[in-house]
Write a protein that binds this ligand. Structure first.
Ligand code: PMP
Length: 357
């Protein structure tokens, strides 16, 4: 049997492990921060008719510029954004990859503040971008001073913020982002995958885009939008950034079916986002109940809760799994992460974890 190390693979990929969340199809799936409510029937009907229409020309390549999708996304985002400001790809993972292909790469670096989204360092490695890290403050916050000091120490080509942060749920203030922007000549990339779950008072980095051509804000339809299976992520930035991303994308990277489905879903934004308030209620309930059980949950602005004081996280993970409940056995010692699901799923999880010995 040939093993990976026998192959003439790039040296810098040898120590790497692929994205690791186990995919188990069980009764209660609370491990990868999806919206666990299915897409409403009336939206499915519209998506099906749009896909049927797209199939009539499926012998042809799709719109390479995905203009109609970008128009729908610009309209959803508001903030005066136009088609020219928008880019999309197969999930925000691919958006991040495009950004590092264009602005990172060999001889360049990206700075991040762990613990943060586990794909960020993997995409850095895959694109040959040096991964630099800096410490967070108490409670996983990043103050403007902390961000500026890290940027001055490392002079990265790209600085990543994840707001709210996965896996901690911590917000990043707009002051931190503007201070970071002013301290670097590089790109500042804000991953807002979970922003729809955050209090509106936290704001969004979209409001900072005007006059900041090196700022990029990415979003996804995989979380609040309940569309993870469709694989649609996107970003907003200066049109010159979009021009740069066109250089690294593969032509026709968004299939006609993906474009049709996403446009259909975006035509029903209120219905797609209808469950967000309920998910926030379940998240806050998780924080409260996990504390009552003696764990140390962190306040979260996202649709998941990180909790510590777990003596043997792997054992808890396995026991829950044996009952048909999957959560995330995170890479932080004595911690686990759970997605806020429906009320029934949240109850099942809380009942099961309370009953563990
Ligand atoms: N960013 C963050 C912070 C995430 O947690 C995730 C998914 N877990 C993504 C991006 C990628 O999501 P997708 O590729 O489905 O858009």
């Amino acid at each position: 049997m040939t093993s990976l190390s026998d192959l003439p693979i790039r040296d810098d990929l040898r120590g790497l492990t692929p994205y690791g969340a186990p995919q188990a199809h069980v009764r209660v799936e609370l491990n990868v921060n999806e919206n666990t409510h299915p897409v409403p029937q009336q939206v499915i009907a519209e998506i099906m008719s749009r896909i049927a229409q797209a199939l009539t020309t499926i012998n042809r390549y799709p719109d390479r510029e995905f203009t109609e999708l970008r128009a729908s996304l610009a309209q959803y985002l508001g903030h005066g954004l136009e088609i020219e400001n928008i880019w999309a790809a197969n999930g925000s993972n691919e958006v991040i990859q495009h950004v590092l292909q264009a602005f990172g790469g060999p001889g360049r670096s990206v700075l991040a503040f762990p613990p943060t989204y586990s794909m960020h360092p993997i995409i850095a490695a895959a694109t040959g971008t040096q991964w630099l890290t800096a410490e967070r403050d108490e409670g996983f916050y990043i103050s403007p001073e902390t961000a500026v000091a890290a940027i001055r120490a490392h002079t990265p080509d790209v600085t990543f913020f994840c707001a709210p942060n996965n896996p901690t749920g911590t917000p990043v203030s707009l002051e931190t982002i503007t201070a970071a922007y002013d301290a670097t000549k590089g790109i500042v990339f804000v991953d807002e995958a979970y922003v729809e779950f955050a209090p509106t008072s936290h704001g969004t980095a979209l409001s900072l885009l005007q006059g900041r051509p090196r700022l990029i804000v990415s979003r996804t339809m995989s979380k609040a939008f309940a569309f993870a299976g469709a694989r649609v992520g996107y970003l907003a930035a200066d049109p010159a950034v979009v021009d740069a991303l066109r250089l690294v994308r593969l032509p026709y990277h968004l299939s006609a079916l993906t474009q049709a489905a996403a446009i259909g879903a975006l035509a029903h934004t209120p219905a797609m986002l209808a469950m967000v308030d309920d998910i926030k209620t379940q998240r806050d309930r998780l924080v409260h109940e996990l504390a009552v059980l003696g764990f140390t949950p962190y306040e979260s602005s996202a649709n998941f809760v990180l909790f510590g004081n777990v003596a043997d996280p792997h054992a808890v993970f396995e026991k829950l799994l044996s009952q048909g409940i999957i959560i995330r056995d995170i890479w932080m010692p004595h911690h686990l992460r759970v997605t806020a699901g429906t009320q029934a799923e949240t109850t099942e999880f809380l009942t099961a974890i309370a009953a563990l010995d």
